[in-house]
Structures are given as structure tokens and as C-alpha cells.
Design a protein around this ligand. Sequence first.
Ligand SMILES: O=C(O)C1=C[C@@H](OP(=O)(O)O)[C@@H](O)[C@H](O)C1
Ligand SMILES: C=C(OP(=O)(O)O)C(=O)O
Length: 438
Amino acid sequence: MLPNPAPSALWPAPHASGAVDATVHVPGSKSVTNRALVLAALASEPGWLRRPLRSRDTLLMAGGLRAMGVGIEEGVGSDGTGEAWRVIPAGLHGPATVDVGNAGTVMRFLPPVAALADGPVRFDGDPRSHERPLHGVIDALRALGARIDDGGRGALPMTVHGNGALDGGPVEIDASSSSQFVSALLLSAPRFNQGVEVRHVGSTLPSMPHIRMTVDMLRAVGAQVDTPESGGEPNVWRVTPGALLGRDLTVEPDLSNAQPFLAAALVTGGRVVIPDWPARTTQPGDRLREIFTEMGGSCELTDHGLVFTGSGAVHGIDVDLSEVGELTPGIAAVAALADSPSTLRGVAHLRLHETDRLAALTKEINALGGDVTETADGLHIRPRPLHGGIFHTYEDHRMATAGAIIGLVVKGVQIENVATTSKTMPDFPDLWTGMLGL
Ligand SMILES: O=C(O)C1=C[C@@H](OP(=O)(O)O)[C@@H](O)[C@H](O)C1
Ligand SMILES: C=C(OP(=O)(O)O)C(=O)O
């Protein structure tokens, strides 16, 4: 297992002496990297992944696939430039052990892959991984023909007893607690004997852009996918069985990890440029252009990237974040510094993320003098003058970056365990001080 960083260390969050003015190269997308790894591992020929994110979550994904026999080698992309991973698919083998850490993508996307292996694959991870919902994947895989021993918990730890193939076919799931249940089944489905027809039967379905990302990436490697958007039934996705192509894919910057840097421009009335911001993307972070504009900034997509400029004013917002839940901590941090109240809605499922994010944000912002209350499905934030103090992170990367945003304008904020940002952005402290010219 990768060690968890020491939880007691305190990082004095840098205070911005004026408006920030910086260009920040944001590392690759976690969600794209981990989907690309799975699809490349299931392909019928080798593929390349250029500018992959190298962080705890993606190294765990690579480690899990390697444990099942997939080759993932360091190299340069087929055009001879840039850092890359070469992925060499192989027969999937058990016995194997997969450490999921606290990566939702690893704990949900790899069990369907393991169902295709020729022996038992054991899954375990951080204590929090035992609490995060997995029943949608477990129940669906069983309905599709897999044998899984989870001790009746419906959660980790568990063993998937692969026998080299999975029937597949139609299955109903309730994915209201995580869109990753749907993505997990779709990603491996081209390799199921009958493909899959996933029908979501729950009341709500969060993070739709992430499901669109799954569908787009499947199609890009040759899979046939029918979706509600392509004229199919609402809440039904169909994947036809078939071989996947090995591709040479360049990973986009992680737009959700661009959030703290854009927020820095917003709360200091400065300017930040994010190079390589994609003109079209399924990443939920693209919604920041609209959300942070409504909160007081302005942005322009240029040849240099996204140029985001703060006006000096920060406004509250009333917004449904159900499609883009992972942006909630950063938006809450900005909202705590705004000139009017905010209501963040549609994110009840965040209680089951890396930590209970609604409780954690409420507690930590209030500990700095804020006035945040939890609602049934989100947060109500009334800005108040904040003061310094310790901002606990609960091993949640986005809590750490949220605290850093507040620390830019509130003196004396100390982030506990900033190293937890290694889940998706190990360079965060350096990128942050670099942005400030420190
Ligand atoms: O599929 C993905 O890559 C993700 C989907 C979302 O999960 P949930 O639907 O569980 O919120 C998101 O919050 C997570 O950070 C990444
Ligand atoms: C919810 C998140 O991650 P995970 O992939 O572990 O669900 C996140 O990155 O905000």
C-alpha cells in the first residue's frame, strides 16, 4: 500500500500580498487518465497515454492493472514528444491484489475488469474506502454473472472471483450515490460476452458530465455505445461487445484542479492563465467558466489558454452543483469570501466522497469564524469576516485546496496535511507558491 502522508503536519497557507498574476500549467486530468488506462488495458493492441496524471489515484490505477498482468511502461509518445505511458494489454490474471487507496475511480472501475480475469482478485484500500458506496457495482456484476465475496457487506474489502469471461447483458442499478457505478460497467462492457445494457433506476444521477466522458472515451477507442442523448431511452446506456483499439491519447489538464488557481484570481482581483484549456471537453471543471463569472470574474479562451480575471468583487451564488459535485469545496471557499450569501444545491452525495464534504466544509469554515449551515442537499453560506486558524482536511485533497483559497485573503490559515493533495495533484504546494512568486 502507498503510505498515507503524516496527518499532523501544518502548512502555513500563503497570504497574497496583492492581485495574483500568473500562468499555471495544471497537471493532467485524473478522470481522463484513469479511464484511458482501463480502456488501453482492455484493448486488443498496445496504446499510448501522453501527459498522464501521475498522482496517488492514477498510480493506484496503474498498479491495479499491472497486478492483473497489464504492461504499463514509461516512455515517450509515438510522436516522440512528451512523457508517456505505453500500455500493453495482456490476458488478465488472478490471483492478484488491488489497493484502491481512497480512489473512487479505482474501487469502482477495476472490479468489472477483475471479473474478466482468470482467477481471484482481492480489493482493499484506506479505511474510508470501506465506507464509500460500492453496492451498485457489486450487485450489478453479480447480476451479470460474476462471483464476488464481500462478506455480505456490499462494500470493500472484497474478492472478485473471475473465470476469464463475463456474460454481461441487461442490468438495473441505482447510481444515485455515484455516477461511477454507471461508468464502471460501461468501461469494461465491450469485453463482456453480451456487452451491457445499464438502466439507472434511482431518483437522481449525479455527475452526468463524467458519464459523458466515459461514453466519449469508449467511442474514441471504437466501442459502439447508445445513450439517452443519442436517441435512446432516458437513463439507459447500451454497449455492444467488440474489440477496442489501442490509441495515442494526450490527457487534458485537470480542470477541477485548475479551480483553486482560477479562484485565486477571483478572490485577489488578479489574473491567471491556464494553458491547454480544451475548447471542447466533458470535464465538469469547464463549468467554472460560467460559475466563477457569475461570482464576479470574467474569462476568455485564447491561443494561450483560459485567461481568467477577477474584478475585485466576489459575489455569492445560488447554484445546483449536482452535475459538477467535485467543484463544491472550491466554490464553498470562494463563497465564504463573497459579498453576499450563497446556496449550493444538489450535492447530498458528497457526504460519501473522500470525507463527508458537507460536514467538513461547514466545520472548518465555521472554525475560522464563518457561518455555514448544511441543508438536506448542500450548503448555505453567509459570508462573515474570517480569522486565521487550523483548517483540517480529513485526507481530502479538495479540502486542502479549499483551505488554501481562503488562506490567500485571510491571514494565519494553516492547512493540516496539505500532502493529501497528492491524491490528484502532488505538485499543489509548489504550483501554489509558484503562482504567488514565492
Ligand atoms: O468518474 C469520475 O471520474 C468521477 C465522477 C464523480 O464521482 P461521483 O459521481 O461519485 O460524484 C466525481 O465526483 C469524481 O471526482 C470523479
Ligand atoms: C470525489 C472525488 O474523487 P473520487 O474519484 O475518489 O470519487 C474527487 O476527486 O473530488
